[in-house]
Design a protein around this ligand. Structure first.
Ligand SMILES: *Cc1c(COP(=O)(O)O)cnc(C)c1O
Length: 395
């Protein structure tokens, strides 16, 4: 009998031939500035653990204590019997931190984005979306069946033009952007977009996955960074990156959150976080407020690493945040750079199509507050050595 899934094997073979096939690297220690992957101790430039919270003693203790007290699972989806007091405490904590009325936590940032966009819009509505927005936004837009209008990256004029054309027509309009773009590390043009949304009566939504814990006072995100409080009705954040744990959240009005309680499908149809996750996230918000020096260190490291990479002559694109791409263009070259860096003791992932457009392949680096200057210097030394060998920078 012919295997009806044989086409998958053929596709995988093609990716192997093209050099874009990726084996999963296996982490054999904690996720930290230096970690063990595939039996080798390396400097980890590939995590989103911006503030080192994955191993923070307070989060660890909170998770253990919650597990002792409440067990390992919530037992149900939120709307049946899986809403624990810890979930509500976390939502209240985040709402207060973000200076908004209410918050709902999802199982992931991906679920928060896709669940929210799909819930609040229908086929008669419009989504105006930056071309580099995260996959979870794109999926949510598709699930909503609203009409999708993509504008060129960070082009406020183009976004405004689309909104102007839609203004007199039927349907609701959602203007949506990443706060920080995950592959390029540049910051969305929020002031201009917010103004356009207000002018044309569109709903403004921001995905702050890479800005939560990174930008704004104590890591409150891009709305705080730009002083736009009260002008962005939907803010999404993640608990899986700087917060160090797992989850996503939506912040906004009480009505928005109540509506999502009733219609967001990941909320309705997928089990809520284990107590350990909710408790560790709660502890993380205490740390954000009590240990602001972590964010200071993150930005000190970011400035140092970026300026050294540029001095070496690498193409690092337009990044303004701790995410710094080393752009190679060719995907096979990006994967080769990543492999050779690993041999030199540095983990930085090669990223190609479809995560980034064809011809824009790169190795993405992310520094954290916990990298020492020595870590960064070793990583730069490796980048310099391999970059020269592969002809990415001058000898
Ligand atoms: C990582 C990321 C998400 C998804 O967050 P998870 O909590 O990992 O599911 C959403 N949006 C952007 C821009 C991201 O970078």
């Amino acid at each position: 009998m012919l295997d009806p899934l044989a086409y998958l094997h053929e596709q995988l073979e093609q990716w192997r031939r093209e050099g874009s096939y990726q084996r999963l690297r296996v982490l054999e220690s904690e996720s930290a500035a230096e970690s063990r992957f595939d039996g080798r101790q390396v400097i980890n430039l590939a995590s989103n653990n911006y503030l080192g919270l994955t191993t923070h003693p307070k989060l660890r203790e909170a998770a253990i204590e919650a597990t002792r007290k409440y067990g390992v699972g919530s037992g149900a989806v939120r709307t049946i019997s899986g809403t624990m007091s810890l979930h509500l405490a976390l939502e209240e904590r985040i709402a207060a931190f973000k200076h908004v009325e209410a918050c709902v936590v999802f199982q992931s940032g991906f679920a928060a984005n896709s669940g929210t966009v799909a819930a609040i819009l229908g086929p008669e509505d419009h989504i105006v979306s930056d071309e580099l927005n995260h996959a979870s936004i794109i999926d949510g837009a598709r699930l909503s069946r609203a009409k999708i209008h993509v504008f060129p990256h960070k082009d406020v004029v183009a976004a405004s033009r689309i909104l102007a054309e839609l203004e007199s027509g039927p349907g609701r309009k959602l203007l949506i952007t990443d706060g920080v773009f995950s592959m390029d590390g540049d910051i969305g043009p929020l002031p201009g977009l917010v103004e356009a949304a207000e002018r044309y009566g569109a709903i403004m939504m921001i995905d702050d996955a890479h800005s939560s814990g990174v930008l704004g006072r104590n890591g409150r995100g891009t709305v705080d960074h730009f002083g736009l409080h009260g002008r962005v009705p939907i803010q999404v954040g993640t608990l899986s990156k700087a917060i160090g744990v797992l989850g996503g959240y939506v912040c906004g009005s009480r009505d928005l959150i109540d509506f999502l309680y009733h219609r967001a499908r990941p909320f309705l149809f997928s089990t809520s976080h284990p107590p350990a996750v909710a408790a560790a996230c709660l502890a993380a918000f205490d740390v954000l407020e009590q240990e602001p020096e972590r964010i200071q260190l993150l930005w000190d490291n970011t400035r140092y690493f970026k300026s050294c990479l540029s001095s070496l002559g690498f193409d690092t694109g337009l990044s303004e945040t701790p995410i710094t791409p080393v752009i190679t263009g060719d995907a096979a070259l990006a994967h080769q750079l990543s492999r050779e860096l690993f041999e030199e003791g540095v983990l930085a992932t090669g990223i190609g199509f479809p995560t980034v457009p064809k011809g824009k392949a790169r190795v993405r680096t992310i520094v954290t507050s916990t990298h020492t200057r020595h870590d960064l210097d070793c990583a730069l030394e490796a980048l310099s050595k391999v970059g020269k060998r592969l002809g990415l920078i001058a000898k």
